[in-house]
Design a protein around this ligand. Structure first.
Ligand code: AMP
Ligand code: ZN
Length: 130
């Protein structure tokens, strides 16, 4: 069993119908920002800000509510990657520039796609939202 399959079983959720699993596997196209063996970053299809991209793990984790110590290193990688990609995508440096990192979790948290992702938003104000 591959690591991806182990995660899918551990999450207890069928990821066959998951939009971001399909993007991670290339079944659905995306405007890619970054990819390595564990992570994919791509532009949000409906951006709120001049810079707005998502970072996802390739393994299916439904949300932050399913995260365990097993995912510690993976989440660390996502958070370390975000500032680097933000600058590469045109956010101005801290402190004048900067960016916002958001993870919506669950219905009341505003989560629409149930595959863990962090939003990275930045660029000159005003933004469409936020
Ligand atoms: P959330 O509400 O936090 O679950 O955010 C889901 C985000 O995914 C929204 O900002 C959507 O605009 C974005 N989104 C949905 N479908 C796609 C897609 N096919 N490619 C890129 N971004 C998408
Ligand atoms: Zn998924």
């Amino acid at each position: 069993m591959s690591n991806v399959d182990k995660h899918r079983h551990a999450s207890g959720e069928a990821s066959d119908n998951c939009l971001f699993c399909k993007i991670a596997s290339g079944k659905i196209p995306s405007r890619k920002v970054y990819e390595d063996e564990a992570l994919l970053a791509f532009h949000d299809i409906n951006p709120w800000a001049p810079v707005h991209f998502l970072i996802i793990p390739k393994v299916h984790i439904a949300s932050m509510a399913q995260v365990t110590l097993e995912h510690e290193a993976l989440l660390g990688r996502m958070m370390v990657l975000a500032p680097r990609l933000a600058l590469e995508q045109g956010c101005r440096p801290y402190p004048e520039g900067g960016y916002r990192i958001v993870t919506n979790t669950g219905a009341e948290g505003g989560q629409e796609v149930h595959h863990l992702h962090i939003h990275v938003m930045g660029g000159p104000r005003p933004w469409l939202r936020g």
